[in-house]
Design a protein. Structure first.
Lengths: 201, 201
């Protein structure tokens, strides 16, 4: 399976700006990208990083400076998949389940209405990553008479965008992203509600 | 599979206090409980509601006023499962996958370190729902030489505790909980980040 991994190479992860400085955000975003590419390869996929800027990385890179939606539409050639570069909990098993799910379109929902991973086997399906994309993708498939399925995966649902998401990486990750956070001094912090993170040192 | 569904009958869902008043929280919590019980039954499980107060509901109810951990430990008789009453996105398919996962202990992680569903097939495993329970349950299993597995499910991972979680119900639910929110005037609201909810009328 060809897998596009879109990556915002310039100023990634701005919603973590209160928690990580710009250099840290870039380093952490790269750690997540590498974790995702590793998992794609381990699941038998062939990742191509779709980056907004040139990028030094082992995997093939295609540079497209346009916003996410037109860039993906230009480079997605079915059958193919799109896996976001910030699903840091991803495992080969989760991706194998995604790739093995039948359907002309297979959606892995993200928290808050995102589409964290997508398999497109039908021609004529246009992506739309703006706004509540999981709803828009379902509607687009329905409107085009395309059979759309979902894959039910926590590891694909959690994209790392906000400070509270960092706890998920510490709890469930075992790759570069989790190591990066630990080395940067992040530790789990229990609260009355969901466990979050604190930074030491 | 016998399935305990713990339910805080008195003042449920306090973290939604800024969004729903006390009567609304009680009604919404009950809608979620019924959705969970329906899904358990549809997946071939036999739910027993473990409630802190007497409760009028079709399913069997056991009342235990103690905190969650001692109450579950007292009433969990392996092989059996525990499914939280607020996993409003749950489907029979997600529960079938949970029940079918082999292992003496099977954990469905919740957002923020929770344990939203649990299958216990081994004697001698003690639950601990306080704090970061997913980590504590893994450690307890390891310490007792018990084989613990995880099930990777978005629908089991999202428990509905906080206002932003309500968007997940509107996006992915199709039972009483989603209907309750729609009837109460909640609609999806797009933001720059994750989609959330707004209330009209």
């Amino acid at each position: 399976m060809d897998v596009l991994v879109p990556f915002a190479a310039r100023e990634p992860k701005t919603r973590l700006a209160g928690t990580l400085d710009a250099d840290e955000r870039a380093a952490f975003a790269r750690a997540m990208l590498l974790d995702v590419c590793d998992a794609v390869e381990a699941a038998g996929g062939e990742p191509t990083v779709l980056a907004t800027e040139p990028l030094a990385i082992e995997q093939p890179v295609v540079v497209d400076k346009r916003p996410l939606t037109p860039a993906i539409d230009a480079h997605l050639s079915p059958p193919a998949a799109v896996v976001m570069a910030d699903v840091a909990l991803v495992t080969p098993a989760a991706l194998r389940r995604l790739f093995a799910t039948t359907g002309d379109v297979v959606i892995a929902p993200g928290l808050g209405g995102g589409t964290n991973a997508l398999v497109v086997r039908a021609d004529g399906f246009t992506v739309d990553y703006h706004g509540t994309s999981v709803r828009d993708h379902r509607r687009a498939a329905e409107g085009a008479g395309i059979d759309a399925r979902s894959v039910d995966s926590f590891r694909l649902a959690v994209d790392i965008d906000e400070p509270t998401d960092l706890a998920e990486v510490l709890l469930h990750g075992d790759g570069r992203s989790a190591d990066w956070l630990k080395n940067a001094g992040f530790r789990l912090a229990e609260t009355d509600g969901r466990t979050t993170v604190e930074r030491r040192g």
